[in-house]
Design a binder for this molecule. Structure first.
Ligand SMILES: *Cc1c(COP(=O)(O)O)cnc(C)c1O
Length: 468
């Protein structure tokens, strides 16, 4: 026999008061770590929610225990950080949504050392007078790139904005139509041009631009010749672009500076580690560019930063631009950048110590061994509750580097028998730590390339809990 719903008014009357629940909460273990203001708010919300449910004729339990439990849940959600570490099983090494480059241990140690203590951030210890923030890295960047002068700002977008504004405000900047790049997250060359106060002068066509296209466009109004690295796309087929060296010759002939936005700058020649050659910064500097800008957290594998290198003449102007103050990096970034850059004095050392480089240059054999180990761990964890297999697949460098390049890898594929693969994906993202992978052919794919040491065991435990 069905019980009739208890009278709404009786239920509302039986709702406990805030003060009563607060007294109970004070003695309750669940609320031990939670600040009082948050307990008060959560208790109020729990009571309000319950009242609303009663009014809307939804099933509600107005008991002390139920409301305490709900309040603890609400408070617990608020106590959790919103920004959290997660497991990247996608195989995309420089995943912008997942924080791009992982810092090397030296960088982490240096951040802690420099930011937990006072430092000589802007103090010249020799003179005892005010020093320059970039002194910590300028000589080092010059040593690694061959440039005359260097500085760093908040990110490469900021570096481009600052350099354009300094070199060509109110004047025309000549760029090839094939290089009017959009980087995800609304960085578009034409828009940055407007914001930096420059006038965009497009030359050539989407697929082909010749030296005479630049030369013919030069007028009294020209302030700069700009080359933009097409970091995240590739034009193939009937194409032509003007090499930096030739652009420098045109600039020199007309007395106009030449700048390159390199995007993902590298400080080593990757071809020695089996990857295609992205133009290293020292080559671009050697080609005679007056200014080159690149990111700190793409292929360099350091903290978010925009590094600007160039000739002393133009770098002095850039450093003197009041915008530098608005774009300046903080001491944590500087500490991380210096520690990361120092590793580049020995490229083998850099490959071993800098996570981005280590992951990019991992051999297929190593990845296959890691996949095999992961296969055994997950087999033990989930038994016959999922079908597991190993498959040859590809990983991507990501983050606006190496467009179109894929790296051979060996992945674990999981098809759960107890839940759907989309449900597994959803549960993995909701877990703490969240796991980001990808779905292909109705399987959840785990690429060992982007797993960090020890995460294979964590993953097996998580899968054991979720595939039940
Ligand atoms: C990535 C990129 C940028 C933006 O660099 P951030 O460091 O993300 O600000 C600008 N230009 C090019 C060509 C890029 O590849």
């Amino acid at each position: 026999m069905k019980h009739p719903m208890p009278d709404k008014h009786l239920q509302l009357k039986s709702l406990p008061g805030v003060d009563h629940i607060l007294t109970l909460a004070e003695a309750d273990e669940q609320f031990k770590q939670i600040p009082r203001s948050l307990i008060v708010e959560s208790v109020r919300r729990a009571i309000d929610n319950t009242r609303k449910q009663i009014l809307e004729d939804k099933p509600a339990i107005p008991s002390d225990e139920a409301i305490l439990k709900q309040a603890a849940l609400l408070a617990g959600q608020k106590m959790k950080n919103k920004l959290n570490p997660l497991i990247n099983a996608t195989g995309v090494v420089l995943h912008t949504n997942l924080g791009r480059a992982l810092l090397c241990q030296d960088a982490l140690d240096n951040i802690l050392a420099v930011s937990s203590s006072y430092s000589n951030l802007e103090l010249n210890l020799t003179t005892g007078k005010r020093g320059i923030r970039y002194a910590a890295i300028e000589a080092l960047i010059c040593e690694l790139t061959g440039a005359q002068a260097a500085m760093a700002v908040n990110n490469n977008a900021g570096a481009v904005l600052l350099a354009l504004n300094t070199l060509a405000q109110g004047r025309q900047v000549i760029v090839s139509r094939g290089e009017l790049v959009e980087i995800g997250g609304s960085f578009r060359v034409p828009d940055v041009m407007v914001k930096s106060g420059c006038i965009l002068k497009e030359v050539g066509t989407t697929n082909r631009t010749h030296p005479h296209d630049y030369a013919n466009a030069v007028t009294e109004e020209t302030g700069l010749l700009l080359k933009v690295h097409t970091s995240n796309y590739k034009i193939e087929g009937f194409t032509k672009s003007v090499p930096l060296k030739e652009l420098v010759d045109i600039g020199n002939a007309h007395g106009i500076p030449v700048m390159e936005d390199l995007g993902s700058g590298t400080l080593i020649d990757f071809s020695q580690f089996g990857l295609p050659c992205e133009p290293p910064v020292f080559e671009q500097v050697a080609s005679g560019a007056d200014v080159v800008t690149f990111s700190g957290d793409k292929l360099l594998g350091g903290p978010q930063a925009g590094i600007i290198v160039g000739t002393k003449k133009y770098m002095d102007q850039i450093k003197a631009n009041p915008l530098t103050r608005a774009l300046r990096i903080d001491k944590m970034t500087l500490a991380a950048l210096e520690a990361t850059l120092k590793l580049y004095r020995d490229s083998h050392n850099a490959i071993e110590q800098i996570p981005t480089l280590r992951m990019l240059t991992m051999s297929y054999e190593q990845l296959a061994r890691n996949a095999e180990a992961l296969f055994s761990l997950v087999t033990q964890a989930v038994g016959d509750k999922a079908e597991l297999s190993l498959a040859d697949m590809t990983s991507r460098p990501g983050g606006g580097s190496y467009p179109g390049l894929t790296l051979p890898t060996r992945c674990l594929t999981i098809r759960p028998n107890t839940i759907s693969v989309t449900a597994l994906d959803r549960k993995l993202r909701a877990f703490d730590p969240a796991v980001m992978g990808r779905i292909e052919d109705d399987c959840f794919i785990i690429d060992p390339r982007t797993l960090q040491p020890g995460q294979d065991k964590t993953l097996a435990n998580i899968l054991k809990k979720l595939i039940d």
